[in-house]
Design a protein around this ligand. Sequence first.
Ligand SMILES: [Zn+2]
Length: 277
Amino acid sequence: MSERRNPAETPNECQPSDTLNVPNRRDFLKSLLVAGVVGASLLSGCARMKTDIILSEPSWRDGHLANREVLNVAKFIKDRYGVVLLTDNPLSSVEKLEKAVLLIGKQLAKYPPDLIYKSKIKKIKITEPYSLGYSYGGWISIAANEVSSQLHHEIAHEIYKSRGRGEWDLFLKHWGSLNAKGLNSYSLANCRPSPRPVGFTSWYGQCHLLEDIAEISEGLFASISQIEQICNEDPVVAKKVRMWKDELYRLTNGRIGPQYWEDLKAGKVNEKYWDKH
Ligand SMILES: [Zn+2]
């Protein structure tokens, strides 16, 4: 069990984050070594909410994210996409946090800003050491060391959550009909680690139809060459990929179209891409 901090010397975790007395980066890292990881206290709802730190707030940026490149990326994410970055555990590793911010900037730049606005994504929380990703009502929570995959998966969830259920009914019905009848259906019984099942990009897609869509989207944005390879050998995956690409084309008025996928594969989609496309 880790040593607990002295309450007289440390901020109350239930105070609003903007009232916290912010130590400088060196003191901050030192306090980590003295106090250990906050641990169980972060698991309570109160502590989790109140220790959320908005990374775009000047006090925290200046105190902890000293790397100029990181500051610029946090600003780019806020200004271009209207998304605020948060973390609930800056004590763990500033370097890890900085790396995660840079990666989020790089991965988010793959989406036209309009799509993120339409999806109503407002906040991305970087968690560490927790490793699960989730999303809810405009919030996305991702693990610091899983940014490249989880971000795309959770963005896909928010894309369809932001649409009216009626708008998706036909789409979902059609998607579900692509799987071979009686084989690899969506169920908890199939929801367990296994080699890639036929018709899916990963075992996790079998857990639920919406997870299947999120996994396809994650594959496309995180590792398109690998997905194309799977499409060559699996016609069901190829149809699902086609459907999701068509949907993205429709949602972005063609900005995510054939040329985009070529550019993504060629590594040409960066922070400046949407200025010209
Ligand atoms: Zn999911």
